[in-house]
Ligand binder design. Structure first.
Ligand code: NG1
Ligand code: MG
Length: 496
């Protein structure tokens, strides 16, 4: 099998490792999925596929601006059993709260952006596979009915990419059942594109790491074209994920916070190019801050963040100023950039170009620094851990102050993690809620988890939410705060 092809596993060990108790849990899970599938559809699944969530260690909100990021796959994943049958795209979920959803088999169907639902992500994947094959000049696969049963273990709205795990798993399910072999980087590429059908103008980090993740190594993911490079984390380093217990509603909230940031960054790129004397036609084509970094840096002695401070003003830009500056109606520009949130600039706060661009340039620089520290031959473990922790803390400060994607609860949780001895702690994923990731010494991980539990989850502010989580999970908070090691990426299991 080629190194870049999607792994076809025959045994669960190949995916989940050899820890007997974890493996036992997975066996029970797959058995339950299998028997529910037979009950529902009256046939055996042909394949079972899986794809994991991820935790981003450094490089937040920069993937969609053309910069590399440094995540690792986590063990929590989405598993889908699939078989041909019927005349629809028929979806069921092991979670009783999710009723059956049926969709047409037409690959050209629209995704209903206004009704946010888990089934939409499967439709994204279905469309994505068909579009990929058409683009690659391959014959369209026959349209036959598909029956899917989904079981997701990645916490939702938590910044751990439950959505990409579902899109990637659904892509693998459709590919497997059609017998289509596609390379990892092709899946990573089209899964990133097709997830945008739900309405989020996301970058490609989540889908790339979900598909390209590998046990034992974090990955530096770069884009255009997507590729992944191994990053070996220092011995003795442990990452602890902790959920703030506030859901990140980046895609469903009225003001679409995530797309608002994408808009601000794209407009900042154009404004900076113009301020550096790039011609208006050319400036309009530069959609990524990565494409203007060089000219911006040249304006300030080689430091792009300093260039931003010089060339853009602090505070909000409003419609009139933006139109004057950019020389085109805002609506036209936003349409050209396929951004639907036209009314945004009219909002009371305006668009904050300087702070967003400053975050992106500084955060982008931290990613290669993180990798270089991990691989530095002459640096001892303690020095590595201290330097990595400092980079994570700087990332959090920038996310909080310049990108404004933290939240009161995330700030409180980060403070609790730092007080409990984290060498570095930061929000992970889109932010505005969801999880933090903290770097600790492996030997301290247990006492760290206990201290954060006491300080955050037992605090009167959170204890009600925490009590709900405990009740739903047999008294345990193991799914709310847990250690994480780099885990394997998407796979097709030939065990059905
Ligand atoms: P999460 O937190 O998984 O929704 C989002 C984007 C990423 C990236 C991060 C911020 C999607 C699918 N993913 O992640 O591409 O931009 O935010 O670094 O929207
Ligand atoms: Mg997501």
């Amino acid at each position: 099998m080629q190194k870049d092809s999607i792994p076809l596993a025959n045994r669960l060990e190949e995916v989940y490792g050899t820890d007997p108790s974890y493996l036992g849990e997975q066996h029970a899970r797959y058995t339950a999925l299998h028997s529910r599938f037979v009950d529902l559809y009256g046939c055996q699944p042909e394949f079972i596929v899986r794809s994991p969530g991820r935790v981003n260690l450094i490089g937040e909100h920069i993937d969609y601006m053309g910069y590399g990021v440094l995540p690792m796959a986590i063990k929590q994943d989405t598993v889908i059993a699939v078989a041909r049958g019927g005349d629809k795209l028929r979806l069921n979920n092991m979670a009783s709260a999710h009723a059956e959803q049926d969709f047409s088999l037409d690959p050209a169907q629209e995704v209903d952006r206004d009704n946010h639902s888990w089934g939409n992500y499967v439709v994204c994947a279905y469309k994505g596979v068909h579009e990929h094959l058409a683009r690659a000049g391959q014959p369209a696969p026959p349209l036959f009915g598909l029956q899917l049963l989904v079981e997701g273990r990645v916490p939702q709205g938590s910044g751990l990419s439950s959505s990409a795990a579902l899109v990637c798993a659904a892509s693998l399910a459709v590919l497997a059942v059609h017998g289509i072999a596609v390379s990892k980087h092709e899946v990573a590429q089209f899964a990133a594109e097709c997830e945008k059908y739900v309405g989020t103008q996301s970058g490609g980090m989540d889908q790339a790491i979900s598909i390209m993740g590998q046990a034992g190594v974090a990955k530096l993911i770069s884009f255009n074209p997507v590729r992944a490079e191994d990053v070996r984390l220092p011995d003795g380093a442990m990452f602890v994920i902790a959920n703030s217990l506030t859901v990140s509603k980046k895609a469903v909230s009225a003001d679409f916070q995530y797309n608002m940031r994408v808009t601000e960054c794209r407009l900042a790129a154009v404004a900076l190019a113009l301020a550096c004397g790039v011609s208006p036609v050319e400036a309009g084509q530069r959609k990524l801050l990565a494409e203007v970094e060089e000219v911006v840096a040249a304006a300030a002695g080689g430091d792009a963040a300093a260039g931003v401070d010089k060339l853009l003003h602090d505070g909000g830009y409003f419609k009139a100023e933006l139109e004057e500056l950019l020389g085109v109606p805002l609506e036209q520009l936003l349409n050209e950039h396929q951004l639907r949130c036209v009314a945004l600039a009219e909002k009371s706060t305006g668009l904050w170009l300087q702070k967003r661009a400053r975050h992106v340039f500084r955060e982008a620089a931290r990613v290669p620094q993180f990798r270089a520290i991990c691989h530095a031959p002459d640096l001892g473990t303690e020095a590595k851990l201290a330097s990595l922790g400092a980079l994570m803390d700087a990332s959090q400060a920038s996310c909080r102050d310049d990108f404004v994607c933290s939240s009161t609860n995330l700030d409180r949780l980060v403070a609790a993690c730092k007080a409990a001895g984290a060498l570095g702690s930061r929000l992970t994923g889109a932010g505005w809620g969801g999880c933090t990731v903290s770097l600790v010494r492996e030997a301290d991980a247990c006492s760290f988890v206990a201290a954060v539990t006491h300080a955050y989850y037992d605090d009167p502010e959170q204890c009600e939410a925490a009590a709900g989580e405990r009740e739903a999970h047999g008294g345990s908070l193991d799914h709310v705060i847990f250690t994480s090691r780099p885990s394997s990426g998407g796979a097709i299991l030939d065990i059905a």
